[in-house]
Design a protein around this ligand. Structure first.
Ligand code: ATP
Ligand code: MG
Length: 617
């Protein structure tokens, strides 16, 4: 895993992850599924009804058997016996239909609950602030969305119903056991602790191991996700062998924990089966003596034995699904954990409405900001900047000066620790982030291209835009020509993350997307850094038109590209160190003059002026 430098670092990360998740997992987590179930009252009622009906039908069988045995051995009872057999047939029919209906409803509920849950988790996670994704691996979230929801599905769609059916059967059988023969039932009660204690003890153990096993599986997923997403980097640094070894290690750890879990579960099953059957044999032995002494009929003993077998079977089935339920409780907890993450940036309950029409007025006042993952270093340190509507401002400064951070705060991905940021006169914290972001179009430092066609990617800026608008935006971004030359023009699929395009092409598509958005504020972060001089000049020219009547903030390292701006703001270490136009700043002789000298060479003034002229053409 690239993020963790060494093997030990990686192992530690996993250990840490497991430890962080370990506490407080119990069956109670399953309660959080209740609201999801209660949303579908009809199927829930159907499932409950048929569950009861099927259990009742099962519990009637031993009574019929008692009748058959008690009456069945003398010829004068032929009519009675016929009735008993007919009744049995009826019971079988009810049992069949009720079981089928129960299965249908329960499976439906399982699928439905998981579909709702998946959607809710996704909806919630897509609303979380970037800060959340700085500390959580995307693979981890994905594993919860897929593996954990599937686990919940098995449980709601089958295990819960098996558990409920057997629980009912158990309660019913035990009640009828006592009703059939209190004395024999007393014996069973004596045997109970022998059965229950090991089950409880082993159950705990299985639960711990299940949780560990899940966590390890999630780790392998996260690991694979990260290296596969960056496969070119992995191969370029010939890192495959190391990655394979690490992935192999993670897989083996997952396997070993799974084996330990299964061993524990096998033991649990063995103990359960033996204890229960031993108890049945013991009771049967006592029962046979009762029949011999004449205190019980043969039919009654058969009935008792059948109920005992039902109860034992129900118990065994419960212990089987107990593990599943526990795994599902863990899975539910992991999902609920995601649902419970509060976004750090939230819309206020009653957001202040932003003025209409939008103006594009931006004001930073004494803003101090530290990234949540790096609380010791100030990304912005008393940063103040006012950009008037329609103005274009260039932000320049060395790498790490805090330029991109300014954009991130303006889009309210983070809130500053002190100072204030206002958009069109409205304090960002009091505005609705969605409304704010609708007024901003951004080309990010490494633009994201989605799998899909070129058109899809441009339309991303404003999905309802028409055909002509897409072409216009592409032309304004100097992208129309190369797009038309692609094999299928605007319908050409670009591959995952736009891998079939060059860096400059990706930038221009991202630019077209931002232009299409027609927002009053345009933010360009190194938007032309991957372009050759000719294309950059074309984009700059086109941007001149786009920028008219819009507030624009441009970040650029190449000073030649920023000279069109009304004002150049020089940043260093999170502060504004100078403001002015190119000539003024060069004359001042500060950081900007140094940068200009480095870029334009010795006779910087002349070259700078020439570039300034060309920009003004
Ligand atoms: N998500 C983050 N979490 C923690 N620190 C961050 C994060 N993003 C940036 N930083 C830190 O904040 C500081 C400012 O970063 P920023 O991205 O704003 O720089 P920049 O001026 O855009 O640089 P560049 O020209 O290289 O893009 C840097 O020291 C950087 O390491
Ligand atoms: Mg940057």
């Amino acid at each position: 895993m690239p993020r963790h430098g060494s093997q030990t670092g990686y192992t530690e990360a996993i250990e840490h992850e497991a430890a962080r998740r370990a506490p407080g997992r119990d069956m109670g987590a399953l309660r959080r599924l209740l609201p999801y179930l209660l949303r579908h009252k009809g199927p829930l009622a159907g499932a409950g009804f048929f569950l009861l009906l099927a259990t009742a039908a099962t519990l009637v069988v031993p009574m019929a058997v008692r009748g058959m045995i008690n009456y069945g051995f003398s010829p004068e009872n032929a009519d009675i016996i016929n009735n008993y057999f007919l009744a049995m047939l009826g019971v079988a029919a009810v049992l069949g239909i009720a079981s089928a209906m129960r299965f249908f409803f329960v499976a439906w509920l399982g699928e439905r609950v998981v579909a709702d849950l998946r959607r809710d988790v996704y909806n919630h996670v897509t609303g979380l602030s970037p800060a959340f994704f700085e500390v959580t691996r995307t693979g981890e979230v994905l594993s919860r969305l897929t593996t954990d929801t599937t686990l919940v599905q098995t449980v709601v769609g089958s295990s819960v119903s098996i558990a409920l059916r057997n629980l009912l059967l158990l309660v019913g059988s035990v009640t009828l056991l006592v009703w059939t023969s209190p004395r024999l039932s007393g014996l069973v009660v004596l045997a109970l602790p022998v059965i229950l204690i090991p089950l409880i003890v082993f159950g705990r153990w299985v639960r711990t191991l299940s949780r560990q096993s899940q966590d390890r599986v999630a780790d392998t997923g996260a690991h694979a996700g990260e290296s596969l997403n960056a496969i070119q980097t992995v191969q370029a640094f010939t890192h495959e062998v190391i990655d394979r070894t690490r992935f192999g290690g993670a897989v083996e750890r997952a396997f070993r924990v799974a084996v330990r879990r299964n061993r524990a579960r096998s033991l649990l099953t063995a103990i359960a089966f033996f204890a229960i059957f031993a108890a049945v044999v013991g009771v049967l032995w006592a029962g046979s003596h009762a029949v011999l002494e004449g205190t019980m009929t043969g039919g009654e003993l058969s009935q008792f034995v059948l109920y005992a077998v039902f109860a034992a079977g129900a118990f065994a089935a419960l212990s089987e699904v107990w593990g599943d339920l526990q795994r599902a409780a863990g899975a539910t907890e992991r999902l609920v954990e995601l649902l419970d993450v509060e976004p750090q940036v939230t819309a206020p309950l009653e957001p202040v409405a932003m003025p209409h029409p939008p103006q594009g007025d931006i004001r930073f006042e004494h803003v101090t900001f530290r990234y949540p993952t790096r609380p010791d270093s100030q990304a912005l340190d008393g940063f103040s900047l006012h950009v008037k509507p329609g103005e274009s401002v260039a932000l320049v400064g060395p790498s790490g000066a805090g330029k991109t951070t300014v954009f991130q705060l303006l889009m309210r991905f983070y809130d500053p620790q002190s100072g204030s940021i206002a958009f069109d006169g409205v304090e960002l914290k009091t505005a609705d982030p969605t409304e704010l972001r609708q007024r901003i179009a951004v080309v990010a430092q490494d633009p994201v291209i989605f799998a899909g066609t070129v058109r899809d990617n441009i339309l991303y800026g404003r999905p309802e835009a028409g055909e002509a608008a897409v072409t216009d935006a592409a032309k304004a971004a100097a992208a129309h020509d190369f797009i038309s030359a692609l094999p299928e023009g605007y319908e050409t699929p670009v591959g995952e993350r736009g891998v079939t395009l060059s860096g400059g092409q990706r930038q221009r598509i991202a630019m077209a997307r931002a232009i299409l958005r027609e927002a009053p504020v345009l933010l360009l972060d190194e938007a032309t850094s991957a372009l050759d001089a000719e294309n950059e000049r074309l984009v700059q020219l086109a941007l001149g038109r786009v920028m008219e009547g819009r507030t624009t903030i441009v970040i650029a390292h190449r000073l030649a590209t920023v000279q069109r701006a009304d004002r150049i703001v020089v940043m260093d270490e999170g502060r504004v160190v100078a403001t002015g136009c190119h000539d003024e700043l060069v004359r001042e002789g500060g950081l900007y003059a140094k940068l200009a000298r480095l870029q334009f060479g010795a006779n910087d003034e002349a070259l700078g002026r020439r570039l300034g002229d060309s920009a003004a053409e």
